[in-house]
Design a protein. Structure first.
Length: 298
């Protein structure tokens, strides 16, 4: 927070200098360009926001004196008569406001004016940063969700918590085991799809705890072709796990089925792309190391 505050004070001072000495040739786009290079630091604040609010709520429940102090401060002119919740959310809304402000300024700036290029570039960069921050926020939330899921599974799956693993999709499905001698066995399961892993669990109670049934790496999973076996079950789809092994699953609605199929295909594609990028980095690093060694030897 101190870093964010310090930089914005500098940003304000730079703008005030420009405004106080305004001429027909004054530019302010350079101030916004300088600001754009700094805004990525908001990522850490935004990623920690949910945890901060949970901690704040817990402290207010535990300590009545602390709660009373916050309520008193919310009536103070120093806080602009705002509660702490409103103050903590303010930095998160700052970047979208910069985008709106710059969009409006660019719209009303003639294209032949010397500041137009600076403003347009600043707008483009801040828009890209806003998108990046949103993506990192979603990724951080997915990783937090993954950690909560692994803790809620019996037996505990703490060993599956990985820094690069995040939740992609989850929901209830039916696991169908066809039988040649009678009706198929149908079991209600709750499935978690991660970027590199799929887990089938059995819900235990309303407290959202689950018993582990099966787990498979995404790299081993492929969406099987539609067969007569699949077609006889409503909203069913089949996942090929390995040679001779597959999972036959069904959802409540066709929309849910389509969503699962889309998420599984997308996860497969992302995993293949990430694996290819990882291999490419290894090859590039080895090539660089080999070049350095050759230069040293020569």
């Amino acid at each position: 927070c101190d870093i964010i505050r310090t930089f914005h004070i500098k940003f304000l001072e730079n703008l005030e200098k420009k405004v106080s000495n305004w001429t027909a040739f004054t530019v302010i786009g350079d101030c916004f360009l300088e600001l754009a290079g700094f805004l990525k630091i908001y990522t850490q604040y935004i990623n920690n926001y949910n945890l901060s609010m949970q901690t704040l709520d817990a402290c207010k429940l535990r300590d009545k004196g602390f709660k009373s102090f916050l309520e008193k401060q919310a009536q103070s002119a120093k806080t602009h008569h705002l509660p702490i919740d409103a103050l903590l959310i303010a930095p998160i809304s700052r970047i979208p406001r910069y985008v709106l402000l710059l969009t409006d300024i660019v719209k009303h700036t003639p294209k032949d004016y010397r500041d137009y290029a600076y403003l347009a570039k600043a707008l483009k960069e801040i828009q890209a940063i806003a998108l990046l921050i949103n993506e990192r926020k979603r990724a951080a939330e997915s990783k937090d969700a993954a950690r909560e899921i692994f803790v809620s599974i019996t037996p505990p799956q703490n060993d599956l918590i990985q820094p690069t693993r995040y939740l992609v999709h989850k929901g209830p499905l039916s696991l169908i085991t066809p039988s040649e001698e009678g009706p198929p066995q149908i079991e209600k399961v709750f499935v978690f799809l991660f970027n590199d892993l799929i887990i089938l669990t059995s819900p235990l109670n309303p407290d959202k705890t689950y018993a582990l049934l099966q787990k498979y790496p995404v790299v081993t999973i492929k969406l099987a072709s539609l067969t007569e076996k699949v077609a006889q079950f409503k909203n069913a789809f089949e996942l090929s796990i390995s040679k001779g092994k597959s999972l036959l699953l069904s959802s409540e609605t066709s929309e849910q089925k389509d969503e699962w199929i889309s998420q599984i295909i997308g996860t497969n594609l992302r995993h293949d792309r990430e694996s290819l990028m990882f291999v490419s980095r290894i090859i590039k690093n080895r090539a660089s190391s080999k070049k350095i060694v050759n230069q040293s030897n020569s």
